[in-house]
Design a protein around this ligand. Sequence first.
Ligand code: HXC
Length: 525
Amino acid sequence: MPETKQEDLKPAEAKTIATLERLRAEARAGGGAKRVEAQHGKGKLTARERIDLLLDEGSFEEMGMLKVGRGGALGDEGEYPGDGVVTGHGTVDGREVFVFSQDFTVIGGSLGEAHSQKICAVMDMAVRSGAPIVGLNDSGGARIQEGVDSLAAYGEIFHRNVRASGVVPQISCVMGPCAGGAVYSPAMTDFTFMVSSNSFMFVTGPDVVKTVTHQDIGFDELGGARVHASKSGVAHFVAENDILCLRDVRKLINYLPSNNRQSAPVLDLRDPDDRADPALDHLVPLTPTQTYDMGIVIHSILDGGEFLEVHADFARNIICGLGRLGGKTIGLVANQSAVLAGALDCDASAKAARFVRFCDDFNIPLVCLVDVPGFMPGPEQEHGGIIRHGAKLLYAFSEATVPRVTVIVRKAYGGAYVVMNSKHIGGDVVYAWPTAEIAVMGPKGAAEIVYRKEIAAAPDPEKVLQDKLEEYRSMFVNPFVAARRGYIDDVIFPRDTRRRLIRAFQVLEEKKTDLPARKHGNIPL
Ligand code: HXC
């Protein structure tokens, strides 16, 4: 078709197009060259540069570009380009994704009525069309000039976060300030990324902390990326800068289905299903108290050894993450023997429970690798609510209807055995390595309780204890008692773990589960 020339247009059309181009140029310019320069000076990209990196080249379709606010209570005109947020959709490796990107160069990316309406519009459309939503947060928070309207505006977003939860994947990137109630939108999404060089999240900032508690604390120490990735567990992923962060978001999206009605995309990494790894036969140390790195098992069994660990620096005694088996995405939960001997504590239980629920929401089958000596003992854990938190993991596994396969690598003691996706709570297939020890408790604790009187009365108590330990081990601490009872399906060679898992998931592909008729259960929060 021949290109329309300016002189072919009627005057009215020409005027409309000129106005449109002026408005578009204003929106694209954001807060102007000076503020863009300041943004770059802080090592941050602009809202549009971020979108360009997140989405496939040229795929971005902007929505609501010309929308502006209706003016603020403090005499503010409210005519800000794009009202401080860029919204729309585009593709990530060919699959549709919705995005909003706050523009800090426009009144600090602060959130007012129109800004929120733009975000809500893409959230609604993401849910309607069944595509993930990614929020790129860089904002001074509630727009002060819009007063209570900006609080209402946050509420509209929070409500949509909840409505979208479990329907489409929601991902937040915190790439600048995120303070006050604003933190609750990222907190309700499925995954939160933080950029270590430039972001912080807190409910109340250092000044308020100083006034209320007389504590001196800096932004990073209070709510920087490292703190949230390792101590609070608010951040699932940390990247050094905007570019790496957006690359990681693309990586995560590639593991996920677009919505809760679909399966995750299949990716053939050309790793044979029957690839055996003889090294696994020698991984578990002979001494029961000696630890090892469960990461070795994970990388050995997954397609191409590729694993995207979630919450890598938080509650490191449990490992959660996404990988592929036979090309299909699986969620993996594993006790990390090398950290706290893999015991379950409050943080580990809550971390894994949320991950299990995410996988179940989005039809991602679960693999559970078990080496757990039990729940962490001590007043700190008891008073911190290990009963409440441990129950979350028990509940999460129990209610999950996706295919669930467990491999007991070594210890599976007590309540932790049951919690870690045992058959008794709906695990579909449970395998054990020959090194598995499935028992009510460890040999020492058990012998000391059951044979206490006998040991105390013996002329050589230490010798009797050792004999009793040996007796208990041979009778109870092995996979065969559980196998005879039908609690495990097979004792497998470690080298064959990958093949057996892939086979089990093939069988479970069409798994159907009836759910009780109810509004929703009441997970112990
Ligand atoms: C209106 C804001 C703003 C806000 C920043 N600006 N935050 N305008 N409402 N909330 C404007 C500034 O006036 C400035 O405008 C521009 O954005 C850039 O801000 P600077 O302060 O120059 O940037 P910087 O030095 O990088 O500091 C960033 C900042 C700081 C740390 C975020 O701006 C700040 O502390 N802002 C207020 C944060 C806050 O208390 N927000 C409310 C949180 S409570 P000019 O024109 O000078 O360039 C909240 C409640 C949510 O959000 C409740 C939900 C239920």
